[in-house]
Write a protein that binds this ligand. Structure first.
Ligand SMILES: *[C@@H]1O[C@H](CO)[C@@H](O)[C@H](O)[C@H]1NC(C)=O
Ligand SMILES: *[C@@H]1O[C@H](CO)[C@@H](O)[C@H](O)[C@H]1NC(C)=O
Ligand SMILES: *[C@@H]1O[C@H](CO)[C@@H](O)[C@H](O)[C@H]1NC(C)=O
Ligand SMILES: *[C@@H]1O[C@H](CO)[C@@H](O)[C@H](O)[C@H]1NC(C)=O
Ligand SMILES: *[C@@H]1O[C@H](CO)[C@@H](O)[C@H](O)[C@H]1NC(C)=O
Length: 947
């Protein structure tokens, strides 16, 4: 190797060495996050996140290892460039409910991640499989988002996982095993409650190697019986299976689970005898609403010395209530409503002084003996024979409203302060802006919510925790304990700062993370919890007024400074170049169009075909300053304006309101997609505006309004049968193009009569790709995503399975076809159009006997040739199962056949609104009549009209 070569190699490689573990990557990653999220901390300025001590960031050796931005009202999405933060160990963005979008699959590249907490955000879509690459992960908390789709089996690879909390989402499908959760041998917590999980609880899920403490599966759609392998998980303390569809008899070895304190089996379909559960250490048991065999109250119940709560509503109990049960020393609540308990109730001998409520409503108890003063707490015997007698006026024959006010932490021997604005007097009587939220306990061992000793214990253990971490918390207030509809205990929590009247961002993030990350352990009796914080909007501390993005100059300047430090002047060029590329990459993200020269259509950064970029000023001019007079509609996206280009072309401008704005990159992707879609039956994109913080899409203006308005008569167009066939054909062709010819294919997702527009010749043009979603290459056939769409047009199969396919559009199209013949809304006066047609239809009669429900404006006196075939086709489009529905290409062919058989030319141009339709005008030569080019080649069987 020549000396020269060596020198060059040296020059090339030294900078990479020096840069080796680049803080620059962290910086660029954070820039990308900032670009895609609003409300990042105002002190995120400068080019050195570690040195400049950006809020929410903790560094180790100049690398970002912790990113905690809790309760900051972040909005927008989580950039996939998070992957650049390659040393990250803790990522906690909890309690930012406006943080939405999908969790980027690149998150799987954060190989060092130990804690991933995204509680109470707005994430949706499926949990990426790549999550299984996070081999170091110990806590994964995605509680209370909108995640859908299955639990990725790859989670089974997380061999160090200790805390798995996916509760309160829309997850569906079975619990994955082998591969799946059965291999999580370090896990102590499976919290999967309040999702849509279905299928049986797999027997493989449980083994004696596990060390699981909490198994929380309530509020799902699980069915089948409880596998007896559950009896092998000897460590279990809490089991919640309530509110599922579980059936069968309970395995008798449940009794082996000697550590179980809390057992919830209510609201299932269990049958057979209630097994002996004396082996467990039960404190709280709820077996309500099952189909257990008729039985007496099992005698062993009276031996459960730790029992605080027994709830057995509607469980076929009969016989008398044994009075030994009232002697259980810890019993607080006994609820045995809606059974057939009879005989005499006798609690007068002696009863536990902790017993607060005996609810025996709706039984057959004939007599109540209350000698010796009787039971003085809350007894309810409403709807028992005993209340039909003279006793009817007794207090136990009414449901008494508890007068006890809900618990509220009292002032700490001081007089509460009178506070102004949103401040609140703390327990130490100082006015402050509290950090508040809800603590949700999933299985407390107690049920006496009026016993303040529990809350006092909780309060002091919270204070203790904050003190251990030297956090500026002056006091803690707890109030309003309630049992919510899922039987969780909810408590409002308010934390007050010491020193100042408010917390700063660092304070909130650290405090929040103690709760989101389960560092705080509640006292005995409260059991597993999660915390949902309210947004905190009163931050103290640095607030830089103008948060301007960094200019490339600043970055290069900083970099140049660093280079001089390296004293390698020769390398400065290489280094600066590399950095410049980085900076450019980052700035491209801030403005994806930065380097795009609109005058040079070729090779610019956005891959646009035929769409142009408009400045804000231009569009302002074309719409008369976005005047009200120019406003022609509004939707979820924002407002729509009509405008006119200097060329005279009419345009429709969709102007995104702030909330619906996407990140620059997403916006760019969307316009790239839209600009590639060209078909005469699709509303085409003329251009866009990404300027002055605005995002606007500029479409061709389609003058005759929506199909819905056309059918309702609102737009004054007469749509006879022939025109309706043409509209159906046009819309079908547009959709077929999206499904079969667009690359990548596009599922519209919101086909309805308001998304089909009519041009001056009543050609149908499918509009609003706002809900479109590209079909991932590998995923065709089962794009899983949050259910979107419009009631009445929504594919029931998609709704059930959340598996989106082209057939969901076919369903919507079928509904539109029925609308075309009936002019009824899909759901009108509570009746669903599909059922209405099905019910009215009689295939043996002419026009299938549908005269009654056909739209009179269709021209009933004229021949409705082909209507029966059209109805047949519509009904196939709305088949329950997508597999039975035709593809759009097939729908196109069949409508063409119907037209041909009716003597119409499917490729003839439509007449204008005013002209009458000329039925057999073959070879009609309209200037646009050859425009079907994008389409005709793709269907080999399509008849090309001879000219
Ligand atoms: C989940 O969070 C949302 C706000 O993000 C809140 O409205 C909702 O009540 C929460 N759900 C539960 C079960 O707490
Ligand atoms: C219930 O099981 C326990 C042991 O777990 C046993 O001692 C007891 O006798 C059983 N009770 C009944 C009524 O079967
Ligand atoms: C209570 O009900 C049981 C079972 O239906 C019956 O055998 C018993 O005679 C009843 N007892 C009284 C006192 O009515
Ligand atoms: C913010 O609060 C933290 C934690 O209490 C404290 O250490 C820090 O000095 C505060 N920062 C500012 C800028 O006030
Ligand atoms: C949080 O952000 C949303 C929208 O981004 C806004 O509507 C809301 O007012 C903000 N809340 C606070 C407390 O700043």
């Amino acid at each position: 190797m020549g000396q020269r070569t060596q020198l060059i190699l040296l020059l090339l490689f030294i900078p990479y060495f020096l840069m080796e573990r680049t803080a620059g990557d962290d910086y660029n990653g954070l820039l990308s996050l900032m670009n895609d999220m609003k409300n990042t901390p105002p002190n995120w300025v400068g080019s050195d996140p570690c040195g400049n001590k950006w809020d929410g960031i903790v560094c180790t050796n100049s690398r970002v290892t912790t990113l905690q931005l809790l309760s900051m009202n972040l909005s927008g999405t989580l950039s996939g460039e998070i992957q650049l933060l390659s040393e990250l160990q803790t990522l906690d963005l909890s309690y930012n409910s406006y943080l939405t979008g999908q969790l980027p699959p690149s998150i799987g590249s954060l190989k060092k991640l130990v804690n991933l907490n995204l509680i109470g955000c707005g994430f949706f879509g499926s949990i990426p499989d790549t999550i299984g690459n996070l081999q170091q992960l110990t806590t994964l908390s995605l509680t209370n988002n909108s995640f859908s789709g299955p639990i990725p089996a790859s989670i089974g690879n997380l061999s160090k996982l200790y805390w798995l909390d996916l509760a309160v989402n829309q997850l569906d499908g079975p619990i994955p095993v082998s591969p799946g959760l059965d291999t999580l041998l370090q896990a102590k917590h499976f919290h999967l409650d309040n999702n849509k999980l279905s299928g049986e609880i797999p027997p493989q899920l449980f083994s004696s190697n596990m060390i699981l403490l909490h198994l929380i599966l309530n509020g799902n759609n699980l069915n089948g019986s409880i596998p007896d392998t559950l009896g092998n998980v000897q460590t279990l303390e809490v089991i919640r299976f309530d509110r599922n569809l579980l059936s069968g008899t309970l395995p008798s070895n449940l009794n082996n689970l000697v550590k179980v304190n809390e057992l919830y089996l209510s609201n299932n379909k269990f049958i057979g005898p209630i097994p002996n559960l004396t082996g467990m250490s039960l404190t709280y048991v709820d077996l309500s609403n099952n189909s257990f065999a008729v039985s007496d109250i099992p005698p062993w119940v009276s031996t459960l010395q730790s029992l605080t709560t027994l709830v057995m509503e509607n469980t076929q109990l009969q016989g008398t209530v044994p009075n030994s049960i009232f002697n259980l020393p810890n019993l607080q609540t006994l609820t045995l409503r809606n059974n057939k308990l009879n005989g005499t109730l006798n609690i007068s001998t002696s009863y536990s002084n902790k017993l607060q409520l005996i609810d025996l409503q709706n039984n057959s108890i004939a007599e109540y003996v209350d000698t010796a003063g009787g039971y003085s707490k809350n007894l309810i015997l409403v709807d028992n024979p005993v209340c039909n007698k003279l006793d009817a006026t007794k207090s136990y024959c009414a449901v008494s409203q508890s007068n006890t006010p809900p618990y509220l932490t009292p002032p700490n021997s001081c007089v509460p302060a009178q506070c102004t604005s949103k401040q609140i007097s703390s327990p130490n009587c100082k006015c402050a802006y509290p950090y508040s939220g809800t603590l949700v306990f999933r299985a407390p061992s107690f049920s006496d919510l009026e016993n303040s000793s529990y809350y006092i214990a909780l309060q002091s253990s919270l204070m203790q925790c904050f003190q251990n971490f030297s956090l500026p918390v002056d006091s803690v207030s707890l109030n309003n304990p309630i049992k919510d509809s899922t039987k969780n205990l909810e408590l409002s929590l308010e934390l007050f700062s010491s020193g100042q009247d408010r917390f700063n961002r660092t304070g909130i993030s650290i405090i929040g993370s103690l709760l989101s990350g389960q560092t705080f352990k509640p006292p005995q009796g409260f059991g597993p919890y999660y915390f949902l914080a309210d947004p905190y909007g009163y931050y103290a501390g640095i607030s830089t007024e103008s948060k301007k993005s960094l200019s490339i100059g600043v970055i290069i300047g900083a970099v140049a400074g660093g280079t001089i430090l390296l004293l390698l002047l020769v390398l400065a060029g290489v280094y600066a170049l590399r950095q410049k590329r980085r900076a450019e990459r980052a700035s491209e993200k801030l403005n994806p169009f930065a380097h795009w020269d609109p005058n040079n259509g070729s090779g610019g950064i956005p891959q646009l075909k035929g769409a142009r970029s408009f400045s804000f000023e231009e569009l302002k001019k074309y719409t008369n300053k976005f005047s009200e007079a120019n406003s022609i509609g509004s939707g979820g996206y924002g407002k729509v304006y009509q405008g006119i280009l200097p060329t005279g072309q009419l345009i429709a401008i969709k102007r995104a309101q702030t909330e619906s704005m996407q990140g620059g990159v997403e916006f760019k992707t969307e316009i790239e997609l839209l600009s590639r879609v060209h078909h005469k039956n699709l509303v085409s994109l003329v251009g866009f505006c990404f300027d002055q913080g605005e995002q606007m899409l500029v479409y061709e203006y389609v003058p005759n309004g929506t199909l819905k308005d056309g059918l309702s008569g609102k737009s004054g167009i007469r749509l006879d049968w022939i025109r309706r066939l043409k509209v159906a054909l046009g819309a079908a062709r547009g959709l077929a193009y999206l499904h079969e010819l667009a690359n990548p294919p596009i599922i519209h997702r919101d086909i309805k009569s308001t998304n089909i527009l009519l041009d001056e010749r009543l050609n149908a043009k499918v509009a609003d790709f706002g809900l479109s979603k590209l079909m991932g290459d590998a995923e065709i056939g089962h794009v899983t995503t949050q259910v979107k769409g419009t009631m009445g047009y929504l594919d029931p199969e998609y709704y059930m399975t959340q598996q989106l396919t082209e057939k969901s559009d076919v369903y919507g199209f079928g509904v539109v076809m029925l609308e075309l013949i009936t002019a009824r809304m899909p759901i009108e006066r509570g009746k669903y159009i599909v059922r209405v047609v099905q019910t009215a239809m009689d295939k043996t009669k002419v026009l299938y006997n549908l005269h009654e429900i056909l739209d009179p404006a269709i021209g009933l006196q004229t021949s409705l040739k082909g209507l029966e075939k059209f109805v047949d086709l519509a009904m196939r489009c709305v088949e329950e199962s997508g597999a039975n529905r035709p593809a759009m290409g097939m729908v196109v062919k069949e409508i063409e056949n119907i037209m041909e058989q009716a003597g119409l030319n499917p490729n003839a141009e439509s007449a204008t609104t005013s002209e009458s339709y000329d039925v057999n005008k073959e070879n009609s030569h309209h200037p646009y009549s050859n425009e079907g080019f994008e389409y005709s080649g793709a269907y080999p069987t399509l008849k090309i009209e001879p000219h």
